[in-house]
Ligand binder design. Structure first.
Ligand code: SIN
Length: 286
């Protein structure tokens, strides 16, 4: 790896995550800087850049180095403005006050961003702006380790299975906010392998999350039970990394092999939690 002298990194755990220092994400990255960060991303799947000070445009420009930013489906922001590919993730309602409403807080459920797209997504870049005094960590579950640790009998049972991922399913079951006809046209359900292979590392991934609605070819209830069982396995503490936010952290992660969620261990209806997110589109085959 050709690493610029100023750029240093420190692994967070032996299997997942690294902190990256010596780069200012406001700047246009040189090819050498970009390729060093890209290599670290492929190796560690989750990168933390502490102490950044970036605006939405700079965050979008950083994301564009990795691919095409993906616009959101629900385009009306809580403040009534139009949300595009770079948007806030917040617990604030239309009046700018903290709320526990699930219409706003679906990020507290395990998911891979945009798993309902035919190509899923490559990465998310999330930037911490306002955080509660304690708690509100983002948890990341490593779906590669989760697959590896399955009993051989379960690996055989799930071999070749395919899963429907549906944005509408999430809206109905978690947000309780039915899609509009306009939105439905933009997000037809898609099918992904239950155990895709990571395109870079070749490792197998137990790919699930809140958009996983059914298993192709299994009776609905049986498929749902299997999804629940596998997701409970994948989100056990030994596969989970918690990121404790400080304002100015930019965290980027690999949506191909991680699911994540915010933690509701603080007074969600009382303290403000505001982050800025951009998701980079994935590539097919997923
Ligand atoms: C997300 O779901 O992309 C955001 C996670 C968070 O709010 O911590």
């Amino acid at each position: 790896m050709n690493v610029p002298a100023t750029l240093t990194s420190k692994p967070i755990t032996p299997r997942l995550g690294a902190e990256v220092y010596g780069v200012d994400l406001r700047d246009h990255l040189s090819e050498v800087q970009f390729s060093a960060i890209h290599d670290l991303f492929q190796k560690h799947h989750l990168l933390v850049f502490p102490g950044q000070q970036i605006d939405a445009e700079q965050q979008g420009a950083f994301a564009e180095r990795f691919g095409t930013p993906d616009p959101v489906v629900k385009t009306e922001a809580n403040d009534g403005s139009y949300r595009n590919a770079v948007h806030t993730v917040t617990n604030l309602n239309d009046q700018g006050e903290p709320t526990t409403s699930m219409v706003i807080n679906a990020n507290y459920w395990w998911h891979s961003d945009r798993a309902y797209r035919p190509a899923g997504s490559l990465a998310t870049m999330l930037y911490g702006i306002e955080l509660p005094p304690t708690g509100g960590d983002t948890l990341f579950a490593d779906l590669i380790q989760a697959y590896e640790s399955l009993p051989e009998s379960m690996k055989r049972r799930i071999e070749g299975l395919k899963v429907v991922h549906s944005y509408e399913f999430m809206r109905d079951t978690i947000m309780k906010l039915p899609l509009t006809d306009e939105e439905r046209k933009k997000v037809m359900p898609v099918v992904h392998d239950l155990v895709p292979v990571h395109p870079v590392t070749g490792e197998k991934i137990l790919f699930l999350g809140m958009y996983a609605s059914e298993i192709v070819g299994l009776p609905l209830a049986e498929g749902r039970d299997l999804i629940t069982e596998l997701q409970e396995h994948a989100t056990q503490p030994q596969f989970v990394l918690a990121h404790k936010w400080r304002p100015g952290d930019l965290v980027m992660w690999d949506n191909r092999c991680l699911i994540h969620k915010a933690t509701s261990d603080y007074a969600v209806g009382q303290y403000r939690r505001v982050l800025r997110r951009v998701v980079v589109q994935g590539k097919q085959p997923f």
